[in-house]
Design a protein around this ligand. Structure first.
Ligand code: NAP
Length: 221
């Protein structure tokens, strides 16, 4: 297993081999993956987990804020997938996990850039899942629910996101275990919590009530 991120001091703490890389530089990311493939002979599993998120009212965001978020949250995963797929196809085996978010399917106000980036990632993953299964490759989209990481806890502490209900709170260990259980299996979308799936149905059937609830929770507190 090889860890990859920008901050070397944190990578060192993993006690694993690692590479320092900013995946938003998609060319550098692809070159690095090619190096890893050459060095180790193959990449069996690629987990596109790198992500950034910052809540901001739409009017305060620039087009460059959107581009920056999509570079890390979406284009990096596309670049990584394109890089590892040929080898996986030749070997007729491999797994790619793209870490999305419930913000993709239940977007909240003030989260336009993040929600769009994750919606793109989910749609990309689901679309290619049909194409790659014929060559023995599995792609998954992981919905981790809410996890109190730097990003998850930071959104609650610093960005005024309401603490999600208990049914949506998960630990990093729970999500990791779920992923290890499901990875490579037949299910494409791996859901750490069922509640956001219900939200999607509620949004379709009871749109006005759903919007009222979301506005109260996120916007008009
Ligand atoms: N926490 C949640 O509640 C939650 C919910 C839904 C989805 N997610 C998703 O889960 C994934 C992991 O997030 P997390 O909660 O663990 O957040 P986190 O604690 O902020 O971790 C994000 C990780 O991504 C790396 N990263 C960010 N930008 C990068 C870049 N340009 N190049 C390389 N690495 C980069 C960071 O390392 P460096 O900063 O050192 O590069 C860090 O290791 C993300 O995709 C996030 O969107 C999280």
């Amino acid at each position: 297993m090889i860890g990859l991120a920008r901050r070397e001091e944190l990578l060192k703490e993993l006690g694993l081999p690692y590479r320092v890389c900013d995946v938003s530089d998609t060319e550098a990311f692809a070159v690095l993956l090619a190096d890893v493939e050459r060095e180790h002979g193959r990449i069996d599993i690629l987990a596109n987990n790198a992500g950034v998120g910052e809540m901001a009212p739409f009017e305060d965001s620039t087009i460059d804020d959107y581009r920056a978020m999509l570079e890390t949250n979406f284009f990096a995963a596309v670049a990584g997938t394109l890089q590892v797929l040929p080898g996986m196809r030749t070997r007729r085996s491999g797994v790619i996990v793209n870490v999305s978010s419930d913000a993709a399917r239940a977007p909240e106000p003030g989260n336009g850039a993040y929600s769009s980036s994750k919606a793109a990632l989910s749609a990309f993953t689901e679309s290619i899942s049909y194409e790659v299964e014929s060559f023995g490759v599995r792609v998954h989209v992981l919905y981790p629910a809410w996890v109190p990481t730097a990003m998850g806890q930071g959104a609650v502490d610093d960005e005024a996101m309401p603490l999600p209900p208990k049914a949506v709170r998960r630990t990093a260990e729970q999500v990791s275990k779920l992923l290890l259980d499901k990875m490579g299996g037949p299910v494409i979308a791996i859901n750490a919590s069922k509640l956001p799936m219900v939200a999607g149905i509620a949004r379709t059937i009871f749109e006005r009530g759903y919007r009222y609830g979301i506005k109260r929770a996120f916007w008009e507190r």
